[in-house]
Design a protein around this ligand. Structure first.
Ligand code: PLP
Length: 285
């Protein structure tokens, strides 16, 4: 692990229980995937982290190069395999518990690497389809911030797990698709690929961003960012969920009802193959 300037085994890492990350979930985090030492989407991941820190008023101004140096060292110390990198900056530790931002505290900076599955290829036979629950999105109105305060997401995820599924897809009060509890969502209908637009209801996922860029550059299929109703999701030919450590996950049933044919769709294979071929295009990987 990396903690406040030093690398150490997990068993030696210590933070104060007065850390505001622990008391309030007052912090920002990131997860960046890396395969054999090569990072996916390093620049947009750090851009998003810097935006989040600025948005919640944590003054921590590491440059991309400083982050990259620390991450490369962390990956190297963890064997440079298929690893996710978790980054976390909290507002820091204060002597007392008060809601107002404390003056003069130093942010806590923490990172660790964890094993992830080898990258999905999208080749025939490689799909690992999932089944999901649906639920009303009861989280807060700042879902665009990658906050460490994840209780809303955790409770929604558990709804799906309790129903015997792997994820929960969320819908707002207008019955419009927002995202999954830990991923973004796409649908395919009549060979048109659609995903909800960026606003405060969803996290601006980096897999979502890279996938949109890759599809627009390398596929002839139309791609739309637009409001999607629940009825459209239930009538879709294909549904995918995206996240950094899983890439594109094909959804074959929602609340036990099959999506499309109930099998992984042909366009998922195309899209996942394109993603596998082009995801390292980031100049800083
Ligand atoms: N939406 C939520 C709520 C998430 O927690 C995540 C990932 O953790 C995503 C979307 C996907 O974001 P990314 O592709 O950057 O991993």
């Amino acid at each position: 692990m990396y903690l406040n300037g030093s690398f150490m085994p997990a068993s030696e890492a210590r933070i104060s229980p007065m850390d505001r990350g622990f008391l309030f979930g007052d912090g920002i985090y990131e997860v960046i995937p890396s395969y054999q030492g090569k990072l996916v989407g390093f620049t947009p991941h750090i851009d998003r982290m810097q935006r989040g820190l600025a948005e919640i008023g944590i003054q921590f101004d590491w440059s991309h190069t400083q982050w990259l140096d620390m991450i490369k060292e962390l990956l190297m110390r963890n064997g440079n395999g298929d690893l996710g990198v978790y980054l976390h900056v909290s507002r820091g530790t204060d002597s007392k518990r008060g809601h107002a931002f404390p003056v003069g505290v130093t942010p806590t900076v923490f990172a660790f690497a964890f094993t992830i599955n080898p990258p999905p290829t999208g080749l025939p036979g490689s799909a690992k389809p999932i089944q999901v629950a649906s639920a009303s999105d009861l989280r807060w109105k700042r879902c665009h911030i990658k906050s460490t305060a994840l209780l809303g997401n955790v409770l929604h995820h558990q709804q799906g797990v309790d129903a015997g599924y792997q994820e929960t897809m969320l819908f707002n009060e207008q019955d419009e698709l927002t995202e999954g509890s830990s991923c973004n969502a796409f649908i395919v209908k009549d060979s048109v690929i659609s995903t909800p637009p960026l606003d405060q209801q969803i996290l601006p996922g980096i897999t979502r961003l890279l996938l949109l860029q890759i599809l627009r550059k390398h596929s002839t299929l139309p791609v739309q960012e637009r409001v999607i109703s629940k009825a459209e999701v239930l009538a879709a030919d294909e549904v995918w969920l995206t996240s950094s450590s899983k890439e594109l996950m094909p959804v074959i049933a929602i609340d036990g009802q099959p999506v499309g044919s109930g099998e992984v769709g042909a366009i998922w294979y195309q899209a996942q193959q394109l993603f596998a071929a082009h995801k390292f295009a980031d100049e800083h990987t």
